[in-house]
Write a protein that binds this ligand. Sequence first.
Ligand code: B3K
Ligand code: ZN
Length: 876
Amino acid sequence: APAIRLEDYQPPLYRIDKVALNVELAPGATRVTATLEVSRQPGTEAGAPLVLDGDELSLAGIKLNGEALAETAYAATADRLELASPPADPFELTLVTELDPDANTKLMGLYRSSATYCTQCEAEGFRRITYFLDRPDVLAVYTTRLEASKKDCPVLLANGNLTETGDIEGTGRHYAVWHDPHPKPAYLFALVAGDLAEVPDTFTTMSGKEVALNIYVEHGKESLCDWAMDSLKRSMRWDEEVFGREYDLDVFNIVAVSDFNMGAMENKGLNIFNDKYVLADPETATDQDYANIEAVIAHEYFHNWTGNRITCRDWFQLCLKEGLTVFRDQEFSSDMRSRAVKRIADVRLLKSHQFPEDAGPLAHPVRPRTYHEINNFYTATVYEKGAEVVRMLQTLLGEQKFRAGLDLYFDRHDGEATTIEAFLSCFEEASSTDLEQFSLWYEQAGTPVVSVETEYDPDRKSFTVSLSQEIPPIAGQKSSKPAVIPLRFGLIGPNGEDMETGSVEGANVASDVLVLDKAHQDVVFHNVAAAPVLSLLRGFSAPVRLNQPLHSEELLFQAAQDRDPFNRWQAVQTLAMQDLVRLAGLVRDGSEGTPSEDVIGVFASVLGETQLDEALRAQALTLPSEADVAQEIGKDVNPDAIHTARQMLRRAVAARIASSLVPFITDQSAGGTFSPDAKAAGKRALANRCLHYYAVSGAADATDLVWSRFASADNMTDRLAALTLLVHDHMPREEEALAAYRERHTDSSLAMDKWFMTQATAPGNETLHRVKALMSDPSYDAGNPNRVRSLLQSFATGNPTQFARMDGAGFELIAESVLEIDKRNPQVASRLLTSFRSWRALDPQRSALAESALLRISACENLSRDSRDIVDRTLQ
Ligand code: B3K
Ligand code: ZN
């Protein structure tokens, strides 16, 4: 199939203003009657053909203005319905399609999860329900009538407000009618029907309207919804207070399902969630799960304005809703928790997921210009880098003008399907700033490298910062233009305080932000009393790689003194990274090496920095991951050498701090009732980080302590942390712990996912065998996306030494699995396939093995479009 291109965008020829759906649900055979009010767009000539999208559909009836249509008047295939010459005047088209939700293993369109009927329509799932102009710039008002067996499906839900319910006498069936007054694109349509428990609550909006809130879950899981409901109410309040956005329907429903291709979906008034992002209690959910639930609930809720009220003109504009909504959920979590800790977590995610994507064969601009399969563009670049671009806009304009621009956007484009250009224009107007060069962030792929050199002139008391920027050449992008890069900075004086300076030449500097917008730029600070340490990219003010050659004394100073917590953390990480890269090189070459004393010392001192909160110390004590080190090395990567180097540093730090660890570990286990709040979670994070070092410190009672933490834990965070150590460090009671965990959690699929993941990510040669065995474990289910992700995806992305085994068996396992899963669920398969994206960075032997696994996938003739697209681009 030819690629879809942004430059080929044409507005639709027809509009569909109203949609009435009658969905008669029944196992195996569901009948959908869609009545569409269709009219010509101004400018469309009378009689122009109407072409509707379909996907695996079968047409069981068609009427035009209530009259049966002659067979010669239309042509229907599984993926297309064409009316050769429709009436010139507005008309009503009635279509009947027949579906089998039970046979829908792709989990797109209408399908069944456990016994519940549910839908997923983004990006192009509505066309699997009925023929339609399935594109985001066709906005219609939907009325949905659902009908089903009252016994099997007491709950009937769709978008909008409930307007009518009733029984169908003598049939055991009942119906419900839902009306959504807000025009929306088809991708926001949803329905749910099943036997679900309802967890109700209410929220009073800023203008005093009461909204009914409900979370629907499987019976027996009601008590696991408290945190999600609490997160929802806080999100609704926060969006009013921070962005002035009020909710706009009488009801807001959330449904948790166990089979879901991604995290959640923002359908208007009826969000559907992967149950992983709803259900939590201390017994089965970690602190990370609580934080994720809070963030995803907020994210989907925030889409009501950024995505639903204002949607995308076409799928190239995906970042218009996703980047902005991620930015909003990040801000929400920062306000709910510690801003610094949240920022560090977000940057870690960006660097570990988005940077490698942007440096490899799957690189694409935040707003891509071409695609074969849009579902492959729900990427870290569109989401996370997209959020960074919005954040840079805020940094460059300042909070007030940023807010004014966003207000103008909400005001001007409410009810529309729009573009990045329209979005940026609002900020240009509200701030009187030209954003033309800034818009390159949406156009150019690749991570800019910013190189820095500094020179202090003691006679002139001037400090010169020479900056340059460059995007390394990447697939499909030979050259690039200089971007607008906001660099938050401080000049740290000898006493550790930020220095005041005199005038600045060579760059636009507003308080603590310096704007780099040329390929090279010399910035001179005057009246600088003493030689400073330049703290640059504070708070990670731009998604760039910083190439700033600092001596280890300067990094140590920054690690101890920087008043920006992010850069303090970054300095510690940089020190560790430099040492890990050095050690990995030595190990690879078969030479001896020992970790740097300075680096060990810096980690040891972090522990005692009691003025930093626990969560921040836990973050600082976390070494860069093996994947992070691989990325830093960039080519000829040997994952075994990296693993060994990281273990060496970890053990050396552990040995140094062993004697101080126990109080931190036991202090936090003092008990009291569990609270998922940020402070309590931070304490657990620090305790478990300390336990992590204690396990390899050589202390005689290390196994006993880890085991006792495992056995006595009263929450999942502590239990899983101890289990992970027992399994990943192959401690003596590893098997016993796995068996005990399984016994305890066998009824909770979500808890069992952690059991699969822990085993799949364990280093060591036996893991491959174990993963294969787990694929036939009774708790495993190859048809459930969460299970596949916890076992296979976590093996491929979280176990670098075993995925890239020298015998090629890791790559083979994933290749075989991709082919197998692709037949059933292309989205899950193609996502798994992206784990090969950094194959060219591996050493020659390993990359040859990866290539042959990829070629084997590529040779398969009936790959889905999803997997074909990824494998072709990965090999290109
Ligand atoms: N918009 C959905 C993602 C849809 C993915 C389609 N393949 C969830 C979200 O970003 O909030
Ligand atoms: Zn989203």
